[in-house]
Write a protein that binds this ligand. Sequence first.
Ligand code: ATP
Ligand code: MG
Length: 312
Amino acid sequence: MPYVGGVSARIELDRLRKVYPAGPRGGQTVAVDDLSLVVEPGEVLALVGPSGCGKSTTLRMINRLIEPSGGRVLLDDVDTAGLDPVTLRRGIGYVIQDVGLLPHRTVEANVATVPRLLGWDRARTRARVADVLDLVGLPAGTYGRRYPHQLSGGERQRVGVARALATDPAVLLLDEPFGAVDPEFRRHLQAEVAAILGDVGSTVVLVTHDLDEAVRLGDRIAVLSRGGHLEQVADPLTVLARPATARVRDFVGDGAALRMVSPSGGPAVVVVRDDPDGADADDAAADTGPGATVLAARDALAALRAADRLGG
Ligand SMILES: Nc1ncnc2c1ncn2[C@@H]1O[C@H](COP(=O)(O)OP(=O)(O)OP(=O)(O)O)[C@@H](O)[C@H]1O
Ligand SMILES: [Mg+2]
């Protein structure tokens, strides 16, 4: 099993393309067109963009749930087209957009799925399952024996995250993993998951609609537009402060060249687009009410992340 157990892999998308064939009612859809992107070992890449722009399709081509129409996916320079897809998927943690828990299995059994397939012994599996369930706030004593239909939507999603983390996979694909979790608990989960990701060292592709989530968790953010077209890939600050195209600017929100991000319970932080002469920061200070801290973009991001680490 090459891709399991506390190592990370380099992911390379090389001119990746997916065309869904025409159906009875419509023409073909070019979901992803000529996408080239490298995710370095241990990096968290956040994939953002409007609905239907090809994020889930891209993710599912990485673990071959969808076969590309063109181009290649390389893991540590190995073309995944030549690997056995089932073996490949066992080595890749994956949280799908609508969770996909096995309905007739308990929470514990769902989380234990991949460890079992990998032949872990009972004791190791039990211990690990208890650990990851604790991590997502669903202690095994209370939730372990329940079935998915006995959970709320947000709880099911957390089980999905626990399941993906269970084996410390080298590659973790997260498709809207916290979409159904309320904002406050989502913040908590993001901080927990960020800490785990730091420890485990998995290479992560995180699909999210939530730009704040991308900023919090992503080492870099890739912004896609319709048809899986890559508009920009850069560190979060650069994307916020210097959107490369009009579409990125639309996506991150333009307005007064400001973006508000407020860590829960912490001070409001105003990210100001990088501006050499500081004029934006002065304008922002004038526009912002008392209690908000106006910082240059770089400092704002550092403050945000520090607040997360403190559980802010
Ligand atoms: N099985 C399919 N057959 C035909 N077209 C599809 C199929 N799956 C997705 N598509 C189309 O491909 C495009 C990209 O879909 P995809 O699910 O990758 O978008 P997404 O970026 O994940 O969107 P969302 O943010 O809404 O989840 C969309 O236009 C979608 O309608
Ligand atoms: Mg999707």
